[in-house]
Write a protein that binds this ligand. Structure first.
Ligand SMILES: CC(C)(COP(=O)(O)OP(=O)(O)OC[C@H]1O[C@@H](n2cnc3c(N)ncnc32)[C@H](O)[C@@H]1OP(=O)(O)O)[C@@H](O)C(=O)NCCC(=O)NCCS
Length: 148
């Protein structure tokens, strides 16, 4: 970890009192989209035994997050975020270390992240952590607006 001398960063499970600041962080990190409701994503995550939401706290301020989930076949990370003011200090790497430990504890063989095509900056981060491009094409279908 590369935290500056004297600084202490705590990593812990999300608490309801983190909610407002966490959603603000996701907005600041450009992780929200009009078609995703962050409050509902948080609710689903904390209600589901196969997922967990971890946050990083520096000086009493929530400055990072990662959402982890496994479906029994693969593990996924979502909402990986570090406050722009506290980047390049090892917080993102540590959040991913926690995520990998969480997956290993559940015997998940592979951890994956979906990167939006226009998020070029984060590719370098994942590369530093030895993540490689998967030879897959994501396909998807919205189930929310279907009419019968
Ligand atoms: C990606 C993100 C979480 C990185 O957080 P961070 O705390 O700055 O990352 P770290 O300091 O732990 O960096 C870990 C390593 O990655 C490198 N790194 C970090 N950001 C990088 C970037 N944009 N490009 C290339 N390398 C990068 C660091 O230099 C460091 O390398 P080293 O440890 O080998 O010296 C942060 O930039 C962020 O929140 N981005 C916006 C949200 C986002 O895109 N999330 C991912 C959605 S898929």
């Amino acid at each position: 970890m590369k935290f500056s001398p004297g600084s202490a960063v705590e990593f812990r499970t999300f608490l309801p009192s983190d909610h407002e600041r966490l959603v603000q962080l996701w907005h600041e990190c450009d992780l929200t989209r009009p078609w995703n409701d962050p409050a509902d994503d948080i609710r689903q995550c904390i209600e589901n035994p196969s997922s967990e939401l971890l946050v990083a706290i520096a000086g009493d301020i929530l400055c990072g997050s990662v959402m982890m989930g496994c479906d029994g076949h693969r593990g996924w990370v979502y909402y990986l975020a570090v406050d722009p003011k506290t980047r390049h200090q090892g917080i993102g790497r540590t959040l991913m270390d926690y995520a990998e430990t969480w997956m290993r504890a559940r015997k998940v063989p592979k951890i994956q992240a979906m990167i939006r095509h226009d998020n070029l900056a984060v590719r370098g981060f994942y590369g530093r952590l030895n993540y490689r491009d998967g030879d897959v094409q994501l396909v998807q279908k919205w189930l929310t607006d279907e009419t019968s």
